[in-house]
Write a protein that binds this ligand. Structure first.
Ligand code: NAD
Ligand code: MLT
Length: 528
C-alpha cells in the first residue's frame, strides 16, 4: 500500500512504515497539492502543520487511516473522516513526558524571570534586584485537565511542595484523591490558583475558557501557563489582564494562530515567557510519537482494530487482551450469517456467553457488523463506520450476555433477523486462536470459517452426500474438507464442505435438485 508522510516525523517511524509499504515523504504541501495527490494514498501521516480538512478527505477515496504523530487531532476533520470510514489515530503517550517537563520548565522560568534575566546578563548588565522571583513551595497550582500531562504536572508540583487543585469533568473524586489532587469546580480552581495551568483539548467547550469575563474570577497576581492549545485562552484578554496587573505573568507555548503572528500582543510584554510550540520537542518524544504512529498505521492497514484510534471508542488494554482473539471469529460469523440469511436485515443480536460476557464487548459486536456489511456494500466497511452503516440502514443491534456457556468456556452467537426469518450461527475458539463455527441454526457443527463453504441442510438418508460430490466433481470443484452436522432432533443433517473454488450458480442449481436436499448456499469468507 502507499503511505504519504506529509510532515516532518522522525526517520525511525518512517523506517517502520517502509518495511511493509511504499512510503513517500512530501513536506510542506499546499492544500491544493494535497487534494491533487491524496487519492493515490492508503494512509497519511501528519504532525500539526498539515491541516487535513474536509475537501482533502472528500477526495481521499483510497485512504484508510490518518495518523497524527502527537496528541491533538485538531488539525484533522475527524467527523468528515469518520463519515468516510477513515480511521484517525494519534500517538497519545510518546510526548507526555516532554510536554509535562516543558510545563514545569515554563512555570519555573516564569516564577524566576529566567528568560529576561538571561537576556539582560548576556547584554552585559548585572541587575540582581530587577529579577526578584517567587517560590513555588506552598503555592496553589490550579490544573484544568487532569489527563496524562495534567496528572504528570500535578505529581511534579506535589514534589515541589505545592498544593494542587484541579478540574476535569471526566475524573472521579477517588482518582483525584489517589493523586493527592483536590477536585473542584472551574470557578474554585480559578479563584484559588496562584499558578494556573491548562492541560485539556481545544474544543467547543474549552474555546476561550479564559476570556474577558472569566479573567474577573481569577485570584489577583495569578501566573498562567498554557502548554496545551492556543485558543483555550483569549490572547488579547490575557495581554490586557497582565497590563492591568490582574495577572502577574504568563508562560505560553501554544498560540491561537501558528506560526504565531509577530504582532501578537503577548510578545510585547516583559511578564510573558514564550516558546514556539516546543512542548513535544525532545529527541525522545519525536522518536516516541513517530514509532507509535507508525505501528498504529501498520495495524490499521492490516484491518485490525487500533487501540489509539480517536474515532472508535477506546478499548482498555486489559479488555483488548480478552476480546482480541475473538475479533476475526466475530467478523467471520457476521459474514456467514449474512450470506445464509434471506432478505434485508432488520435486527442483529449478538449473544456473549461465558467469561467473555464480563468485559465490554462493543468492539466484538462492531466486528460482527463489519462482517455483515462487507459482503453487502461496495464501500469498505471497517471498525469506524460499521455501527454507522447499521444505523443508517435501520438495522437494530442488540447485545445479550450470560455468564453461563453450557458446553464452552466462551460462546458467541449471532442472530440475524430478516422479514423472512432468523439465521443463527454460534462460534468459539478452540485453543487460543482457532476460531470455529459450532452451530448453524439448529445443527451442531465444527467448521473452519475460511475460503468457500458449501452449506446444505438435507434429509438424513444414504446417498445424498455422494451425489453432491459428483456434481462438484463434474464442475471440477475439489472438496478439501467436509463435515456433517446433526440437528438435536433426528431426521435432517447439514453438510458443510470446504471447496477449492467458487461454486457456479449452475452447479448450485444442480445440487438443489438432488432428492433430499433441503437447501444449498455458498458462503465466501474471502470478503473484506
Ligand atoms: P489527555 O487526553 O490525557 O488529557 C486531557 C484531559 O482534559 C482529559 O482528562 C479530559 O477529561 C480533560 N478535559 C476535557 N475537557 C475538559 C474541560 N472542559 N475541562 C477540564 N478538563 C477537560 O491529553 P494530554 O496528553 O494530557 O494532553 C493535554 C493537552 O496538551 C492536549 O490539548 C494536547 O494536544 C496538548 N499537548 C501539547 C503539547 C505541546 O507541544 N505543547 C504536547 C503534547 C500535548
Ligand atoms: C501534540 O498535540 O502532540 C503537541 O501539540 C505536539 C505536536 O504538535 O507535535
Amino acid at each position: 500500500m502507499k503511505i504519504l508522510v506529509a510532515d516532518n516525523v522522525s526517520e525511525q517511524g518512517v523506517a517502520i512504515l517502509k518495511k511493509e509499504h511504499d512510503v513517500d515523504v512530501k513536506l510542506k504541501l499546499s492544500p491544493e497539492e494535497l487534494i491533487k495527490i491524496i487519492p493515490e494514498y492508503d494512509a497519511l501521516v501528519v504532525r500539526s502543520e498539515t491541516k487535513v480538512r474536509k475537501p482533502i478527505i472528500e477526495v481521499a477515496n483510497k485512504l484508510k487511516v490518518i495518523g497524527r504523530a502527537g496528541v491533538g487531532v485538531d488539525n484533522i476533520d475527524v467527523e468528515a473522516a469518520t463519515q468516510k470510514g477513515i480511521i484517525v489515530l494519534n500517538a497519545p503517550e510518546g510526548n507526555t513526558i516532554a510536554a509535562t517537563e516543558h510545563t514545569m520548565a515554563m512555570m519555573l522560568a516564569l516564577a524566576r524571570n529566567i528568560p529576561d534575566a538571561h537576556k539582560s546578563l548576556k547584554e552585559g548588565k548585572w541587575l540582581r534586584s530587577q529579577f526578584m522571583g517567587v517560590e513555588m513551595r506552598g503555592k496553589t497550582l490550579g490544573i484544568l485537565g487532569l489527563g496524562r500531562i495534567g496528572s504528570g504536572v500535578a505529581k511534579r508540583a506535589l514534589a515541589m511542595e505545592m498544593k494542587v487543585i484541579g478540574y476535569d469533568p471526566y475524573i472521579t473524586e477517588e482518582r483525584a484523591s489517589a493523586m493527592d489532587i483536590e477536585l473542584a469546580d472551574v470557578d474554585k480552581v480559578l479563584a484559588e490558583a496562584d499558578f494556573l495551568t491548562f492541560h485539556l483539548p481545544l474544543n467547543a467547550d474549552t474555546k476561550y475558557l479564559l476570556n474577558k469575563e472569566t479573567f474577573k474570577k481569577l485570584k489577583p497576581g495569578v501566573r498562567i501557563v498554557n502548554c496545551a492549545r492556543g485558543g483555550v485562552i483569549d490572547e488579547v484578554a490575557l495581554a490586557e489582564a497582565i497590563e492591568a496587573g490582574v495577572v502577574a505573568g504568563a508562560a505560553i507555548d501554544v498560540f491561537e494562530k501558528e506560526p504565531a503572528d509577530p504582532e501578537n500582543p503577548l510578545f510585547k510584554l516583559d511578564k510573558v515567557v514564550v516558546t514556539p510550540h516546543l512542548g513535544a520537542s525532545t529527541a525522545e518524544a519525536q522518536v516516541g510519537v513517530a514509532v507509535d504512529v507508525a505501528h498504529g498505521i501498520l495495524v490499521a492497514l492490516r484491518g485490525e482494530p487500533v487501540s489509539t484510534a480517536v474515532n472508535i471508542s477506546a478499548v482498555p488494554t486489559q479488555v483488548m487482551q480478552v476480546i482480541k482473539p475473538y475479533l476475526t471469529l466475530a467478523e467471520k460469523m457476521g459474514c456467514l450469517a449474512v450470506q445464509l440469511a434471506e432478505g434485508p436485515i432488520t435486527t442483529v443480536t449478538v449473544e456473549y456467553d461465558g467469561e467473555i460476557s464480563e468485559v465490554d464487548t462493543k468492539m466484538l459486536t462492531t466486528a460482527v457488523l463489519k462482517g455483515i456489511f462487507n459482503p453487502l456494500l461496495q464501500e469498505p466497511v471497517n471498525y469506524v463506520n460499521a455501527p454507522a452503516m447499521a444505523k443508517a440502514r435501520g438495522v437494530k443491534t442488540k447485545e445479550v450476555k450470560s455468564k453461563d456457556a453450557e458446553h464452552f468456556v466462551n460462546l458467541i452467537t449471532v442472530r440475524v433477523k430478516t422479514a423472512k426469518g432468523e439465521t443463527e450461527v454460534a462460534g468459539t475458539l478452540f485453543g487460543k486462536e482457532d476460531g470455529r463455527i459450532v452451530m448453524i441454526d439448529k445443527y451442531r457443527v465444527d467448521a473452519n470459517p475460511k475460503g468457500w463453504l458449501l452449506i446444505s441442510p438435507h434429509m438424513d438418508k444414504p446417498g445424498i452426500i455422494g451425489q453432491v460430490g459428483s456434481v462438484l466433481g463434474n464442475y471440477k470443484i475439489n472438496i478439501d474438507r467436509m463435515q456433517v452436522g446433526h440437528a438435536a432432533q433426528a431426521g435432517t443433517n447439514i453438510m458443510v464442505m470446504g471447496v477449492s473454488a467458487e461454486i457456479t450458480a449452475a452447479a448450485l442449481d444442480k445440487i438443489k435438485t438432488i432428492d433430499g436436499i433441503i437447501g444449498a448456499k455458498v458462503v465466501n469468507f474471502n470478503i473484506g
